[in-house]
Design a binder for this molecule. Structure first.
Ligand SMILES: *[C@@H]1O[C@H](CO)[C@@H](O)[C@H](O)[C@H]1NC(C)=O
Ligand SMILES: *[C@@H]1O[C@H](CO)[C@@H](O)[C@H](O)[C@H]1NC(C)=O
Ligand SMILES: *[C@@H]1O[C@H](CO)[C@@H](O)[C@H](O)[C@H]1NC(C)=O
Ligand SMILES: *[C@@H]1O[C@H](CO)[C@@H](O)[C@H](O)[C@H]1NC(C)=O
Ligand SMILES: *[C@@H]1O[C@H](CO)[C@@H](O)[C@H](O)[C@H]1NC(C)=O
Ligand SMILES: *[C@@H]1O[C@H](CO)[C@@H](O)[C@H](O)[C@H]1NC(C)=O
Ligand SMILES: *[C@@H]1O[C@H](CO)[C@@H](O)[C@H](O)[C@H]1NC(C)=O
Ligand SMILES: *[C@@H]1O[C@H](CO)[C@@H](O)[C@H](O)[C@H]1NC(C)=O
Ligand SMILES: *[C@@H]1O[C@H](CO)[C@@H](O)[C@H](O)[C@H]1NC(C)=O
Ligand SMILES: CC(=O)N[C@H]1CO[C@H](CO)[C@@H](O)[C@@H]1O
Length: 343
């Protein structure tokens, strides 16, 4: 590019710039109403869009990202028509938003059972969006849907793990903004189930032989796999031996707890003949050395005289196998020893 050309370019630029400035002033003065209109439009449309659309969206997505964990669940004062329910929960967020989530009613239901029917409605207190906070709830709960509560107990009892959702409509207040924004609190928790008390064993077994029939007693050790504490009371079970109903098993004053070796006195009536014939059958007469598997299935649950169908029917939905050393107990208690029958 020659010197002259460069000068021309500079010249051209100058020539072009000057009228633009003048034009703007003129333009601005001439179209001041257009600029005013633009500012008004920003105030009237953009600000409300931020306030009404963007913030609620952010509030909802921050709430959706928050994590809820259940640290403890206690069901106590269990009566036929009501219970006291207590939950200790932790809510974790990224802590980036200064907001308050208003108190709300949260419905709890089994996530994997359709249709979704609430088994408990809990009053969740006002919370903040802090990075870490514990929310503990304790409330009296009238049983509004017996079937839903029974289903929850059944799943808790039978499954290795299962999912529960807490859902409620509430409002979020963001610091510095007067408006409250509607949001939906919806969290799905995965809870450990009791696996039909798999691993229960009975120690200190004894057999008494009163005229009314054999009475088998012992100490039941029930594993605690879940975070739940349940006040059951007095539970009665059907007792099956090789598919045959042979008596009843009683567990008194049962309060199931986590973080505790759940030990209960076990008392049962068992019919003599089916047990004696089992003791003479293979594999119980040789391989298992008198240890026989029994199936227990819930029959009734009474707490201080009140029937608790939501526990009884849950315990009645599945059979739980426990191995009892009947042969050894009988030998220790009575000196009787049975051999394999020849037939
Ligand atoms: C909640 O935590 C408190 C304090 O550790 C404890 O006393 C209470 O039993 C817990 N409740 C539940 C439902 O886990
Ligand atoms: C709870 O239920 C029992 C019956 O199961 C009833 O007698 C009692 O009055 C109920 N308690 C309340 C506070 O409603
Ligand atoms: C809730 O219970 C936990 C124990 O699980 C306890 O550490 C915490 O202080 C309790 N929080 C409130 C707000 O009571
Ligand atoms: C939980 O247990 C119930 C009852 O036994 C069963 O119907 C259901 O499919 C199980 N659900 C899961 C998620 O394991
Ligand atoms: C429990 O076992 C008994 C005896 O084997 C059987 O009749 C019954 O159908 C079983 N019940 C369930 C729910 O599996
Ligand atoms: C065990 O059960 C039998 C039969 O119901 C009953 O007679 C007995 O009193 C019970 N024993 C104890 C210690 O509960
Ligand atoms: C369980 O039954 C026994 C004997 O009938 C009774 O004394 C006790 O109060 C009952 N316990 C509960 C929690 O109902
Ligand atoms: C029977 O007695 C022996 C010796 O005291 C003991 O080792 C065993 O555990 C007892 N068996 C039962 C089932 O009580
Ligand atoms: C089982 O066999 C032993 C030794 O063989 C014998 O002493 C005992 O009497 C037998 N028991 C019965 C119930 O027949
Ligand atoms: C399976 C389970 O959670 N077991 C717990 C039961 O409670 C004891 C404390 O008594 C814990 O050590 C176990 O981990």
């Amino acid at each position: 590019m020659s010197e002259l050309d460069k000068a021309n370019v500079v010249q051209e630029e100058r020539v072009e710039k000057a009228p633009r400035k003048r034009g703007c002033v003129g333009h601005c003065l001439k179209f001041w109403w257009a600029y005013l209109l633009a500012i008004v439009l920003i105030v009237v449309i953009v600000v409300p869009v931020v306030l009404l659309v963007a913030i609620p969206k952010i509030a909802q997505s921050k709430l959706d990202e928050a994590e809820l964990t259940l640290d403890g669940l206690i069901v106590s004062n269990t009566q036929t028509e009501n219970v006291t329910i207590a939950l200790n929960t932790t809510i974790r967020t990224d802590g980036s938003v200064h907001a308050t989530i208003e108190a709300f009613l949260g419905d709890m239901y089994l996530e994997d059972k359709e249709p979704h029917v609430s088994f408990a409605t809990l009053q969740f207190p006002e919370t903040t969006a802090d990075a870490f906070q514990t929310v503990n709830i304790s409330q009296f709960l009238p049983i509004e849907n017996l079937q839903a509560l029974t289903d929850f107990n059944t799943w808790l009892l039978a499954n290795e793990s299962f999912r529960v959702t807490v859902k409620g409509d509430t409002y979020v207040r963001v610091k510095g903004i007067a408006r409250r924004y509607p949001v939906t609190f919806k969290k799905t928790l995965t809870l450990a189930g009791l696996q039909t008390f798999k691993g229960t064993y009975v120690t200190d077994t004894k057999i008494a032989l009163p005229s009314t029939g054999p009475v088998f007693t012992g100490t039941a050790h029930i594993p605690n796999r879940s975070v739940v504490t349940f006040e059951l009371g007095n539970a009665t079970f059907y007792n099956y031996l090789l598919g045959q109903d042979v008596g009843e098993v009683y567990l008194d004053n049962v309060i199931l707890r986590p973080g505790n070796d759940n030990q209960f006195f076990l008392n049962s009536t068992i019919q003599q003949n089916p047990v004696i014939s089992a003791l003479q059958e293979k594999p119980y007469c040789d391989t298992t050395k008198g240890v026989i598997p029994f199936q227990l299935r819930g029959k009734t649950v009474f707490n201080h005289g009140q029937p608790l169908p939501y526990f009884a029917d849950a315990l009645g939905a599945t059979n739980q196998t426990i191995d009892l050393d009947v042969g050894g107990t009988l030998f220790n208690s009575t000196g009787l020893k049975f051999n394999c029958s020849s037939t």
